[in-house]
Design a protein around this ligand. Structure first.
Ligand SMILES: Cc1ncc(COP(=O)(O)O)c(C=O)c1O
Length: 384
């Protein structure tokens, strides 16, 4: 039996139409070259820029290409704020490491950080974000969709609340681009980080939207004039065109949101029958592709090892491999043992009803088995 892929939050399978565009684009010249072939490549890159920017309500000249959301987050934070001029910023504890680590760099340099905890439902209260803002706040950073719980933050409310404040509003939208509408103008976003490989595009390409007249960014890399000097280096035309094609293809499957959300609910209904299961995250303010569950009285690593036919993870791929229990689940109040006894199941446009049934059967079977052979292996709090 083929393994069932339930790790779309880590990366999505490339859309064949994207791969086709990329294959052809591999023959393009350097978009920076002045000759006809360079100009042709540049025209393709600029059309892609306009398309990806339009998808999030931005102008083409507000978007620069990066290697992914990690680089875009770093540039948004360390390219707009100075280590040598400390101020105040607001950041949620449940942000991706691509945000947490640059923020911690600022903190080590003397910045004051208001670290916000999510509620038990994984949502960071928009009012609490705005309450934390002070006259000297220079940056507010809140992700759109959390990559472990799927929690959706009320970005528009935060953006509107910051409209008359000079603080920049940065949003990591790596997980939301594939699923939710984004409009930087309507949502009051100054800096928006995007990634192609979360929406069936290639890895290694992303973008940072920098709103005109709001944010001034200094480069973190040096050595060329590409991207207005903000992100030097030869543009990877094949990846850029692949990103634009992936964005275009999101509209080719208009029923995807409802279909995937329904499959996710079926998965939850199936898993909860095993008992002693808790759902980590708000049941409604959640992106359609994510389900995060904790199983009481189960040793987390044994659970994952018992599921070789399911391709899934316990948390962010960026922290996988480390021994650390998920800091996102810890912030929701889960104990270390509970966080380790949790699965992040992420569905995608290609997930089928049969995949979900296989996942339910295998996970419930493994949980029952582990509970019967080692009932007290881990002392977790009993969960409903
Ligand atoms: C919310 C979030 N931000 C940032 C990233 C990093 O994106 P990339 O792999 O494009 O650098 C990811 C992906 O793991 C993510 O889920």
């Amino acid at each position: 039996m083929a393994a069932v892929y339930l790790d779309h939050a880590a990366t999505t399978p490339i859309d064949p139409a994207v791969a086709e565009v990329m294959q052809a684009a591999l023959r393009l010249a350097n978009p920076g070259s002045p000759h006809a072939a360079g100009r042709e490549a540049s025209a393709h890159v600029e059309a892609a820029r306009a398309a990806v920017a339009a998808r999030v309500g931005a102008r083409a000249d507000e978007l620069i290409w990066t290697s992914g959301a990690t680089e875009a987050d770093n540039l948004a934070i360390l390219g707009t704020q100075s280590l040598s001029d400390p101020g105040h910023l607001v950041c949620a504890r449940t942000e991706h490491k691509a945000v947490l680590d640059p923020v911690r760099q600022l903190e080590r340099a003397g910045w004051r950080v208001s670290w916000l905890k999510p509620g038990p439902d994984a949502v960071v209260d928009a009012a609490a974000v705005l309450d934390a803002v002070r006259p000297d706040t220079r940056l507010v950073t809140v992700m759109h969709v959390n990559n472990e719980t799927g929690a959706v933050q009320d970005i528009a409310r935060i953006g509107q609340g910051l409209a008359d404040h000079p603080a920049l509003f940065h949003v990591d939208a790596a997980q939301s681009l594939a699923w939710l509408p984004i409009d930087v103008t309507a949502m009051g976003i100054d800096l928006l980080a995007l990634s192609a490989h979360k929406c069936h595009g290639p890895t290694g390409i992303g973008a940072l939207v920098i709103r005109r007249g709001r944010a001034r960014v200094r480069p973190l890399l040096f050595g060329g004039g590409q991207e207005r000097g903000l992100r030097p280096g030869t543009l990877a035309a094949h990846q850029i065109l692949g990103f634009a094609k992936a964005v275009e293809r999101l509209d080719a499957d208009p029923s995807a949101y409802e279909r995937v959300a329904a499959l996710r609910e079926r998965l939850w209904e199936g898993l909860r029958k095993v008992g002693g299961v808790i759902r980590n995250g708000h049941p409604e303010m959640i992106a359609p592709h994510l389900l995060n569950v904790t199983f009481a009285d189960v040793h987390g690593e044994s659970l994952v090892f018992s599921l070789p036919e399911l391709l899934l993870s316990q948390g962010s791929a960026c922290t996988a491999g480390g021994d650390e229990a998920s800091y996102v689940l810890r912030a929701l109040g889960r104990s270390d043992a509970e966080a380790r006894a949790s699965l992040r199941l992420s569905l995608g446009r290609g997930t089928t009803a049969a995949d979900v049934e296989v996942a339910i059967e295998q996970i419930c079977g493994a949980v029952r088995r582990l509970r019967s052979v080692a009932p007290l292996a881990v002392e977790t709090g009993r969960v409903a």
